[in-house]
Ligand binder design. Structure first.
Ligand code: GLA
Length: 369
């Protein structure tokens, strides 16, 4: 990526930092229920170039988000939500200062290849790359876990999205070859290598979800309501043996709880399948997870369902599912090794013709022209 910092701010940046996006293999809407997730990093990244200022002002320019071309600007300590991308930056400085970290003003240029609203954690990628750059510029005492927690707090408390810990943890700790099997309650994690013999495919449907996700917050509130009626503090406390009891809840709460409980089970089964390189089994779990998100959690959209159904017609695909929060976004697939590139292009073409949307193949990463 070129030096947008110099052309925007007329001087050289002193630090640069990056963070990837992530794709969640399985374990959706389980993190804020204290459950299990299995994300892996993707090649798309956010890069932040930054230099300190002598005053307390922050000026930030973002290639993806600054339509006007002018940097967003605010005074440290006077962070105020403005319902746009700058809230992710303001949220980070707000939480850092509140936690007692000494910051000065700074100029920053942000460039990202993680598409916004794609279900691939463009926001966590922004927060974590910014936190890494600030850590370096101001010598902040922060480890990767603390960075993840601040990323989540910033979105929860400042931006107004009640997201879980999965995305900042994945973005801060995962890499492209090993999935992060995370217990979102204890934050214990294990690294699980991607099975040999499979290509990962990620296609953005071209349907983007919104910024502070009202529907997402509604799902979270429904889970809390289900917990209150079931007398548990988190849905993680229940297992498949409790499903008959869950089925006595009113709709839609029983569906929501059923998804979370069965999805936690599927993550554990998926980890086993990955360790045994059982790709057929892993693929079945992907399809089952998708059906549960579509029918029980009700976070899919017709375009995403179409993409998953088209994937089913490809013999080389082991499994496919909606990934991320839903209401648009991307589909993750596992395909026979060596088939991913061609298959992804074929599926994207068929999907574009049928849906009228503009899909983007993100993994395998298209060759740079
Ligand atoms: C979004 C949130 C995550 C998680 C997923 C759904 O990506 O940021 O915390 O809840 O949705 O699994």
């Amino acid at each position: 990526m070129g030096s947008n910092f110099e052309s925007r701010f007329g001087r050289a940046a002193t630090v640069g930092a990056e963070a990837p996006g992530r794709v969640n293999l399985i374990g959706e809407h389980t993190d804020y229920n204290g459950g299990f997730v299995l994300p892996v990093a993707i090649p798309q990244r956010t890069r932040v170039e930054l230099a300190a200022r002598d005053d307390g002002r922050v000026r930030v320019w973002s290639s993806a988000r600054n339509r006007s071309g002018e940097p967003g600007s605010y005074a440290l300590g006077a962070e105020t939500p403005c319902q746009d991308w700058l809230d992710y930056v303001q949220g980070v400085t707000h939480i850092l200062r509140r936690e007692g970290h000494a910051l000065r003003g700074f100029d920053a240029a942000i460039e990202s290849t993680v598409p916004l609203g794609s279900g691939l954690s463009s926001s966590a990628s922004l927060s974590v790359s910014l936190l890494r750059a600030l850590r370096e510029a101001f010598g902040l005492k922060l480890d990767d876990l603390q960075i993840a927690r601040i990323g989540q707090q910033s979105e929860n408390e400042f931006v107004g999205a009640r997201v879980g810990i999965m995305d900042p943890m994945a973005v801060s700790l995962a890499d492209e070859h090993t999935a992060l099997f995370l217990d979102a309650r204890s934050l214990e994690y294990r690294r699980i290598p991607l099975p040999p013999g499979a290509d990962l495919v990620v296609i953005h449907s071209g349907v983007s979800h919104g910024l502070a996700g009202g529907d997402y917050n509604t799902r979270r509130a429904e889970c809390e309501k289900a917990c209150a009626l079931l007398g548990v503090s988190q849905l993680r406390d229940l297992g498949t043996k409790d499903l008959p009891h869950v089925d006595t809840l009113p709709e839609p709460l029983q569906r929501r709880a059923r998804h979370v409980i069965t999805e936690n089970d599927r993550v554990l089964a998926a980890v086993d399948a990955m360790q045994q390189a059982n790709l057929m089994r892993l693929g079945q779990l992907f399809y089952a997870s998708h059906a549960s998100m579509r029918d029980d959690y009700q976070v899919s959209v017709p375009e995403i369902d179409l993409l998953v159904e088209l994937a089913r017609t490809e013999p080389a695909v082991f499994g496919a599912r909606l990934t991320g929060g839903g209401f648009g976004g991307s589909v993750v697939m596992l395909a026979r090794a060596g088939s991913g590139r061609q298959l992804a292009d074929r599926l994207a073409k068929a999907y574009a013709e049928r849906s009228g949307c503009e899909p983007r193949v993100l993994v395998p990463m298209p060759k740079q022209s």
